[in-house]
Design a protein around this ligand. Structure first.
Ligand SMILES: C[S@@+](CC[C@H](N)C(=O)[O-])C[C@H]1O[C@@H](n2cnc3c(N)ncnc32)[C@H](O)[C@@H]1O
Length: 316
């Protein structure tokens, strides 16, 4: 999340208190009304606070250009939730196609109503949403698969996560890329709450439980409002907090030929993240960080490239 412009990616700032923090916005009135717990929608607040799909898609495009010399056209968004990234993907180029996968019918329907039903047919016809388990779903091969906002941390057993990564690997075209993110740092192992003031509400990232023996965490998102009302535990995540070396090892074990970590640079004036993510093999022991991982099914040298063209695209 934003890595491409992390500083605007709430997801990132969820866990990056000391690195990337979106400046506090107005706490008050929005578009003529005051937000309260009673009149707010948790999915809308989540999207406002956590997602930055434009910068994510920019990051995907930039990485494709760098690694493959062209842009991708097919994308699968695993754990898609409201499938906002699918919408952005289909919107940005007329030959783009997106497939979203999520287990939860209610969040899929919310996204359908909020995003896809408002799109012209020429865009919505290029988006397919599947209510399915990412461990079982069968989709035509795609060039890009994304699993953002740490959703794959839901697989707490190492062998299960490797199995998921294998399924991603199988679902990619030969030159395909898998994008995901991870968070960490000393504060990731603490039971702390982080507040971020946004337009008309406060987003609270609550690292409620951390078990150092298993790595299991329970994180909640709460929303607080200017009238003192609160939407408590709007979202709860029971995850295992994996480290970057573990994730890289599992991706390689699953068959990916190359895995690159994109680490966020530092704004030297503030000491916080600058929203620019670059390939790196050396991070810093900061209190909170968010990084992107890009896993290549096969490395570029073995893939015929056609700069600016459409060679090797997965066909649907
Ligand atoms: C943290 S949300 C991620 C939403 C969105 N991808 C984002 O970047 O903000 C996790 C989503 O994963 C879905 N989910 C959890 N387990 C899943 C599974 N095995 N297969 C498909 N979706 C799953 C949940 O229903 C939920 O909508």
């Amino acid at each position: 999340m934003a890595k491409p412009s992390n500083s605007t990616k709430p997801t990132k700032s969820r866990a990056t208190k000391s690195r990337t923090k979106k400046p506090g916005a107005a706490r008050g009135k929005r578009a003529g009304y005051w937000r309260t717990a009673a009149n707010s929608d948790r999915h809308e607040l989540y999207e406002l606070a956590v997602q930055e799909v434009v910068s994510e898609c920019d990051f995907i495009d930039k990485t494709w250009r760098k690694l493959r010399g062209r842009l991708a056209s097919t994308l699968r968004e695993d754990f898609c939730g409201t499938a906002k990234a699918c919408t952005e993907w289909a919107r940005r180029r007329k030959d783009n196609h997106a497939v979203g996968v999520d287990l939860d019918e209610s969040v899929i329907l919310w996204g359908e109503h909020r995003h896809r039903s408002n799109l012209p047919e020429s865009i919505s016809s290029r988006i397919t949403i599947l209510q399915a388990d990412v461990m079982a779903v069968e989709t035509p091969k795609v060039e890009t698969i994304v699993a953002m906002n740490f959703s794959y941390f839901i697989f707490k057993k190492r062998e299960t996560l490797v199995k998921y990564f294998r399924r991603v690997h199988e679902s990619l075209a030969d030159d395909g890329l898998f994008f995901c993110d991870a968070y960490g740092g000393s504060e990731a192992h603490s039971e702390v709450e982080e507040e971020r003031h946004l337009d008309g509400f406060t987003y609270v990232w609550d690292q409620n439980k951390y078990n150092p023996i298993t790595g299991d965490v329970v994180n909640h998102i709460h929303f607080r409002f200017p009238d003192g009302s609160e939407m408590k535990r709007a979202f709860t995540y029971e995850w295992r907090l994996y480290s970057l070396p573990e994730i890289q090892d599992m991706l390689r074990e699953a068959g990916f030929e190359n895995v690159t970590i994109y680490w966020e640079g530092t704004n030297h004036k503030t000491g916080e993240g600058n929203g620019v993510f670059k390939p790196s093999t050396k991070g810093e022991a900061c209190a909170g960080w968010i990084a992107y991982l890009v896993a290549e099914k096969k490395t570029g040298g073995r893939i015929a490239r056609k700069v600016g063209g459409t060679a090797n695209r997965a066909r649907r």
